[in-house]
Design a protein around this ligand. Structure first.
Ligand code: B12
Ligand code: SF4
Ligand code: SF4
Length: 216
């Protein structure tokens, strides 16, 4: 039976990491799934690896989603698991709810998920569902936010992403202006300012790619 270490070893050559896992009961899971293992970019190095891929180079739409399907479908096949994706289903699979069930991601003061290692740069490329209950390590005792000065609350220059929610029109209006080009090229300042994000080693080019997708 696969263990988390084996899954991490198989994901590592693709610059993916196990970002957390949980058993059915911590959150609802699809039929036949007892353990869900969530995968996300392994930093530093994810962007350098992904940009070598056929999907990134072929100039067709949605390269990162097509890459995720090829790699994570392959891992699922090797491990006898079901693959789930945060995109392309309607309604979407509840990745936010699943993330919190791992005990390694929490709702931050600005609502975005914050992760014990990736901070606010957290994202997922997919998840593997296993029919058995895998052994899982204990989760961290608490969120990093409990011992933080919480600079995320005031980091957005136009107050679009604050404790009361996300004002999407205000964010998009700012991103159209010259002053918003810092967010477009380096990523959301709220996500970047988190002290945990700062230790994660995410490449600015990756943020620029996602911001072009978000604001187009
Ligand atoms: C729709 C969506 C959005 C929408 C609206 C979010 C919303 N109001 O729910 C918009 C377009 C605003 C959005 C933006 C972004 N998103 Co988004 N989004 C999603 C998506 C595809 C579906 C959410 C959903 O409806 N799920 C269905 C319900 C039933 O599932 P749920 O988990 O129970 O839903 C919870 C969340 O929706 C949460 N929630 C409510 N409001 C908001 C608002 C935001 C911004 C977030 C993050 C969550 C959130 O509360 C719900 C109940 O617990 C998820 C992936 C997924 N499959 O879940 C990603 C996801 C939540 N987004 C993600 C990301 C990375 C982003 C961006 C940062 C990406 C980017 N830069 O391009 C941007 C934000 C821009 C910025 N400032 O940087 C990440 C999480 C990041 C994080 N650290 O929290 C996810 C998990 C995708 C992934 N591949 O990892 N997103
Ligand atoms: S800046 Fe601090 S409070 Fe905000 S998400 Fe990061 S750790 Fe949590
Ligand atoms: S992308 Fe920029 S404008 Fe939008 S919420 Fe983040 S910091 Fe604010």
């Amino acid at each position: 039976m696969a263990g988390l270490d084996q899954i991490a070893d198989l994901a590592q050559p693709h610059a993916l990491a196990v970002m957390g896992a949980f058993h059915k009961g911590a959150a609802p899971l699809p039929d036949g799934v007892e353990t869900l293992v969530m995968l996300g970019p392994r930093e530093p190095g994810f962007w350098a690896s992904f940009t070598q891929s056929a999907e990134y180079c072929d100039t067709r739409p949605d390269p990162i989603d097509r890459w995720s399907r090829r790699i994570i479908d392959g891992l699922a096949s090797d491990l006898g698991a079901q693959a789930f994706y945060p995109f392309a289903t309607s309604p979407p699979h509840p990745f936010y709810t699943w993330a919190k069930a791992t005990g390694r991601a929490w709702s931050s003061p600005v609502q975005f998920l914050v992760h014990d290692v990736a901070g606010l740069w957290l994202s997922y490329r997919g998840a593997l569902g296993f029919a058995t209950r895998l052994d899982l390590p204990p989760a961290p005792a608490h969120s990093p936010c409990t011992e933080c000065a919480q600079p995320c609350i005031t980091a957005c220059p136009v107050g679009a992403l604050v404790q009361t929610g996300y004002d999407l029109p205000a964010c998009h209006t700012f991103l159209d202006q010259p002053a918003g080009q810092g967010c477009m090229t380096g990523g959301c300042m709220v996500r970047a300012t988190c002290p945990v994000s700062r230790t994660y080693g995410r490449a600015p080019d990756q943020s620029a790619f996602h911001m072009r997708h978000f604001h187009r």
